[in-house]
Design a protein around this ligand. Sequence first.
Ligand SMILES: CC[C@H](C(=O)O)C(=O)SCCNC(=O)CCNC(=O)[C@H](O)C(C)(C)COP(=O)(O)OP(=O)(O)OC[C@H]1O[C@@H](n2cnc3c(N)ncnc32)[C@H](O)[C@@H]1OP(=O)(O)O
Ligand code: CO
Length: 134
Amino acid sequence: MIGRLNHVAIAVPDLDAACAQYASALGATVGAPQDEPDHGVTVVFIDLPNTKIEFLYPLGDDSPIKGFLEKNPSGGIHHICYEVDDIVAAREKLLAEGARVLGNGEPKIGAHGKPVLFLHPKDFNGCLIELEQV
Ligand SMILES: CC[C@H](C(=O)O)C(=O)SCCNC(=O)CCNC(=O)[C@H](O)C(C)(C)COP(=O)(O)OP(=O)(O)OC[C@H]1O[C@@H](n2cnc3c(N)ncnc32)[C@H](O)[C@@H]1OP(=O)(O)O
Ligand SMILES: [Co+2]
């Protein structure tokens, strides 16, 4: 069911500083910030040869990453995103296996304009998983 690793997301306390550091210290090509109000974050993608890094910064008062940054003030790896061919079939299989799908369980359009879902970190070894239909 899961395919390629689409991205690794890092929640950052200072988006400009994180972008400048990756560009200067790591020679990365850093994309432009994208506000994603439906998800409560501003994202920046860094394309790598085999996957992407997604910087996350809170957008709005009830951002879902606010709590994470309060617990991890220096930032940290927030989630990993796997690609799937059919996100509804994936959801049904996961629900049948007893996994929790976050939100109202319906896919939302993510930063790449594709449907995404999130699975509770406590059900997957402490790792927040995002699925993106490609
Ligand atoms: C534009 C879309 C973009 C894309 O790629 O397309 C995105 O990726 S949007 C990314 C931001 N959106 C989300 O993360 C949506 C899903 N996340 C959530 O619903 C919440 O963040 C949730 C439920 C994972 C955590 O909620 P909250 O921060 O309020 O903390 P809780 O107290 O409810 O957490 C319970 C438990 O889980 C631990 N936790 C929280 N976040 C993470 C995490 N990222 N990785 C691992 N563990 C996490 C938290 O510490 C609690 O553990 P406990 O042992 O009970 O303290
Ligand atoms: Co993501």
